[in-house]
Ligand binder design. Sequence first.
Ligand SMILES: Cc1cc2nc3c(=O)[nH]c(=O)nc-3n(C[C@H](O)[C@H](O)[C@H](O)COP(=O)(O)OP(=O)(O)OC[C@H]3O[C@@H](n4cnc5c(N)ncnc54)[C@H](O)[C@@H]3O)c2cc1C
Length: 337
Amino acid sequence: MFSYWEIKNWFTDVDYTIVGSGIVGLHAALRLRERFPDSKILIIEHGPLPQGASTKNAGFACFGSLSEINDDLKTHTEEEVLALIQKRWAGLQLLRRMPFVNEVLKPLFKTDVFAKEVDRFDFKGIHEYLIFNPFEGQIDTGNMMQALLKEVAVNNILILNSQTVTSYNEKSDGVDVALGNFSFFSKKLLFATNGFAGELTKGLVKPARAQVLITEPIPNLDIKGTFHIDRGYYYFRNINDRILFGGGRNLDFEGETTTEFGQTEIIQNQLEKVLREVILPNTDFTIAHRWSGIMGLGNHKKPIIEQLSQHTYCGVRLGGMGVAIGSMVGAELGDLV
Ligand SMILES: Cc1cc2nc3c(=O)[nH]c(=O)nc-3n(C[C@H](O)[C@H](O)[C@H](O)COP(=O)(O)OP(=O)(O)OC[C@H]3O[C@@H](n4cnc5c(N)ncnc54)[C@H](O)[C@@H]3O)c2cc1C
């Protein structure tokens, strides 16, 4: 049970409560601080650290591979795809269709985005399909999130870790927010819970687990960059002489539609196989570490940034591109209030 002091300092006179301390929640808090300098802003986070995708991802500052964008154009209009990529780009296609995808993106980039590339990396079996995108880069996910958390602290925004918002009850002047048996009053409640927003959005957001592995350092590793294979279902990059490799969700869509963290044999075996046979066919390596994160997907790739009721809001369904669009989604969420 919380003490008198805890209740007085943390849970009294709360103006804005944000659920989730991922990229979106932190940016929403910073935007609220900009707009309301004297307000009390509280972030409630289920995990000891942000515990969804923002500290688990691969750190691609990207907006989609050629084959992934090509796939999107089958289910979304050209305008929708351009708007989506514009958003990803502002926050930071199969070979035959490359000229077409380049045309669709031209209003934004003013030049061809995708070009055929000579494979100097010795990847096995994909030489013919290697496509280069000069607009993409890498980030260190851990450094990014630490910097963001520091900025939030400097801006006098409180984060409560290891607390879960279990329910809420809307009133005429605000919301009673429940953390298990304890509840407090907040004038507004903002959800930045991405993959965990299934119930909140009545099923519009579906959780999608993504499994990742990283190798031990590899002497003289010559691979540098961010790489996508098979419509973005696989992705790898170099980091500190290691290869970080993730994906394979398409091997078991049903099993990976879960909010449970964990690894499965079928996906981990396939990751190791592709690593051994395609990415590092001539190099010995050992796996150092494996983990997973939870993304928020749905039938549409557009994020849901909405007012849900008089005092509640959400910014969710970031897809697999939250590094690129998370800051903007957070800022838009903060602007809704
Ligand atoms: C393995 C992996 C690789 C990825 N690679 C990339 C990449 O290279 N490039 C890219 O752009 N994107 C990538 N992504 C996607 C990107 O990481 C996400 O889109 C982004 O982090 C989503 O941020 P968020 O703040 O919306 O959600 P999250 O970071 O998931 O934050 C939501 C938070 O809400 C908390 N929460 C949920 N419910 C509650 C509750 N009831 N009470 C309290 N707290 C709660 C969770 O604990 C969580 O910390 C990847 C994702 C994964 C999993």
